[in-house]
Design a protein around this ligand. Structure first.
Ligand code: NAP
Length: 246
């Protein structure tokens, strides 16, 4: 149970972030629903949580911007009194072969996926150190572990997140804070909805469990890492991929 705890979930208006926010709220946490564009979707997540008796607040912030991440964390602390769980989930893709990839597409993916996680950690860690407790969960990808043609920018950002996770775990473990990463495989969300059905069928063939993942599959792992049951786990990357990267 996460009653009395506050969680920030970045990119929680849709997809995996939305499922994580609903699941953490289901465990009793007050949840800050971060988004950058889709205010009405973020507000509908808040309403869904409130309807079930939980507490939530939608906060617009582009996590790639240091000061907006600072305001996001300060708003969460002001609204709910503490920040106990940070889930760095916000992510974007700008796929392309490296020979055609623009500098802008490389930079944007790194700025949101990697720098965004740094920005949020940078502002949350001082609060957690003061509390001498906290949970940071970074949503990376199996692509960060095994690479993917056409996603050099995305894979680099996700591999970077793994380095950030392990370094931070060593840095702040003595303060009672755990830092872990979850590496999803192929999850059905807006991010993957544009891919051709043929490609999805081919992906399924490579997945040991022979199905694509759902946002809830990832959210369940986040709830575990955020719980007391995961108190002695830090610096780890847990794949939630149905056996895709085996
Ligand atoms: P999605 O459906 O495309 O949703 C992306 C979320 O990130 C949205 O809530 C979006 O907010 C938010 N966002 C984007 N840029 C942001 C920014 N600069 N600041 C704050 N929020 C921002 O993505 P998803 O599939 O749920 O993916 C969630 C995470 O899982 C990502 O980190 C992704 O890399 C990772 N992942 C996904 C898969 C997969 O197969 N889907 C696999 C492995 C890893 P708005 O709605 O306001 O735009």
């Amino acid at each position: 149970m996460l009653k009395g705890k506050t969680a920030i979930v970045t990119g929680a208006s849709r997809g995996i972030g939305r499922a994580i926010a609903l699941a953490l709220a289901g465990e009793g946490a007050a949840v800050v629903i971060n988004y950058v564009n889709n205010r009405s979707l973020a507000e509908s997540v808040v309403q869904e949580i409130e309807k079930s008796g939980g507490k939530a607040l939608a906060v617009c912030a582009d996590v790639s911007l240091f000061q907006e991440a600072e305001t996001l964390v300060a708003t969460a602390k002001e609204a709910f009194g503490s920040v106990d769980i940070l889930v760095n989930n916000a992510g974007v893709t700008r796929d392309g072969l490296i020979m055609r990839m623009s500098e802008e597409d490389f930079d944007r993916v790194l700025q949101v996926n990697l720098k965004g996680a740094f920005n949020c950690c940078r502002h949350v860690v001082p609060l957690m150190v003061k509390q001498r407790s906290g949970r940071i969960i970074n949503i990376t990808s199996i692509v960060g572990l095994v690479g993917n043609a056409g996603q050099a920018n995305y894979a680099a950002s996700k591999a970077g997140l793994i380095g950030l996770t392990k370094s931070l775990a060593k840095e702040i473990g003595s303060r009672g804070i755990t830092v872990n990463a979850i590496a999803p495989g192929f999850i059905e969300t807006d991010m993957t909805s544009g891919l051709a059905d043929k490609l999805k069928e081919a992906a399924k063939e490579n997945i040991a469990l022979k199905r694509l993942g759902t946002p809830d599959d990832v959210a369940n792992a986040v709830c575990f890492l955020a719980s007391e049951k995961a108190a002695y786990i830090t610096g780890q990357v847990i794949s939630v991929d149905g056996g895709m990267a085996l």
